[in-house]
Design a protein around this ligand. Sequence first.
Ligand code: NAD
Length: 471
Amino acid sequence: MTSYSLIIDGQKVETADTFDILNPATRELVGKAPIATKADLDAAVAAADKAFQSWSRESNETRKQACLDMAKVLEDNMGELSRLLTMEQGKPLGGMGSEFEMGACMAWAGAQANFELPVKVIEDSDAQRIELHRQPLGVVASITPWNWPLMIAIWHIVPAIRTGNTVVLKPSPFTPLSTIRMVELLNTVLPAGVLNVVTGTDELGQWMTDHDNIKKVVFTGSCATGKKVMQSAAGTMKRLTLELGGNDAAIVLPDTDVSKMAEKIFGGAFINSGQTCAAIKRLYVHDDIYDEVCETLTKIAEATPVGNGLEQGVLMGPIQNKMQYDKVVGLVEDAKTRGARILCGGEPMDGPGYFYPLTLVADISDGTRLVDEEQFGPVLPIIRYSDLDEVIGRANNSEFGLSGSVWSSDLAKATEVAKKLECGTSWVNAHALIAPHVPMGGVKSSGMGVEFGEEGLAEYTDIHVISIDKS
Ligand code: NAD
C-alpha cells in the first residue's frame, strides 16, 4: 500500500501517528493519512514564510508560467489522481465524477494565468499621481471539504500562488490522500515551500486559523465551521474568504418545457450525489406542471446507475461518510413521518458502503427539515406552489444565500424572477454552471468574499496606494 506523508518545504515528512482512510463504497482501507503535530504545522508555515520572501518577488511571467505548469502536471497525472479520488471520495470515475473534477482542476489552474491585476492609475493630474498596487499577503492557509477535494484545493491554491503568496493546505480528514498526492506532484514544478500540505483532525484547522504567521484563510466548508474560523481568525486580523453551505432553491415556472429541462434540473440537483454546495436542494414547481415534473424526474432517477465508482457505467456513487449518510437517512425518515410521498428511493441500499438511492420526495413543504436544512445528499424535495410572489418569499426565507435558479420558456420573465432571489448567483434555465472567469460567492450565512475571475484573484492581495504630490 502506498504510504502518504506531509509535504513540507518540498520534502516528504513522516509522522508518528496516522489515521485510516476507508473507501465509502466498500469500507476497505485505501491508505493511511499522516497526523500532523503542532510542530509539523509550525514547520510548514515557516517553510511557506521563507519561500514567500523569494516567490513574492518573482515576475508576473514566472507566476503565470507556474499556473500553466501546474495545469500540465494535473493533465499528465489525471488517471492516477482520478482513481485515487474515486477510491477515497466515492464519486464515479466517469460522468460528473473524478475525471470531470480533474478536468475542472486543469481548467481553473490554466485560467489563472490569464487573469491580471495591473497597477491602476486612479489620478494622473498636474497636482498628483495616485496608483493602486496589489501586493501578496504572505502565507495563505487553505482548508478544504470532502465533496470536491481536488477541485476546491485548486480553486484556493492556484490564485494564491498566482498572486505571489505561498500556501499551507489542509484537506478534509475524510479525503486527504488524493490532495497529498496532488501536492506532491505539483511540487515538481514549484519552488520548495511554495505549496505545503498538512493533514490531521479538525483541530489542525483550528491551529491554522489561530496561527500568528498565517495571513489569510481561504475556507470552504459548513456554515458552522465557517463561523468558528471567523472568530478564531479575528485575533490576528487574518484576511478571510469563506465559501460555506447553501440550500439552493430552484423555481420552475408553469411555462417550462419539462421534457427539455428535466435532465438539466436533475443534474443540478444530483451532481456528486447531491453533495455539492451549489446544487438544487429545494425544487419549487408550479401546480400546473407539478405532476409532470415529478413523473419525468422519477424516470430519470430510476434510470441512473448508482454503485461503486470504479465500476464501468456507474454515474452516482455512495454518500461519502457515515455522518452524512446518517443525516440523509434522518431527514428522509422525518419527511415520511410528516406525510411526504416518496416517488423513488427512500430506503437505504444493501451492502457495506454508504449507499443511498436517488430519492425524490413529493407533497412536502417549507417547515419540514428536508426543505429547511441543507441535506447534502441524493435526496430532493419537490414543493408545490401556485403564487409566484409567495414562492419567491419562500425561496428567500433561508439563512443561506449561495445560489438559486429559475426555469421557464420566457427568458425575460425568468430573469426578472432571478433578480429577486437573495443569493450570490442566480441562474436561468441552468444550475451550478460555474466557470473560472465568473466570480462566485455566497451572501447571508453562505459566506463572504468571492472566488474566480479577477475579483477572486484580488482576494489574495492587499491594496497599496502610492500617492505622489507633484507640486
Ligand atoms: P466542515 O465544515 O465539516 O469541514 C471543512 C473543513 O474544515 C475540513 O477540512 C475540516 O477538517 C475543517 N475544520 C473543521 N473544524 C475546524 C475548525 N474549528 N477550524 C478550522 N477548520 C476546521 O465541512 P464538510 O462537511 O467537509 O463540507 C461540507 C460543507 O461544505 C457543506 O455545508 C457544503 O455546502 C460546504 N461547501 C461549500 C462550498 C462553497 O463553495 N460554498 C463548496 C463545497 C462545500
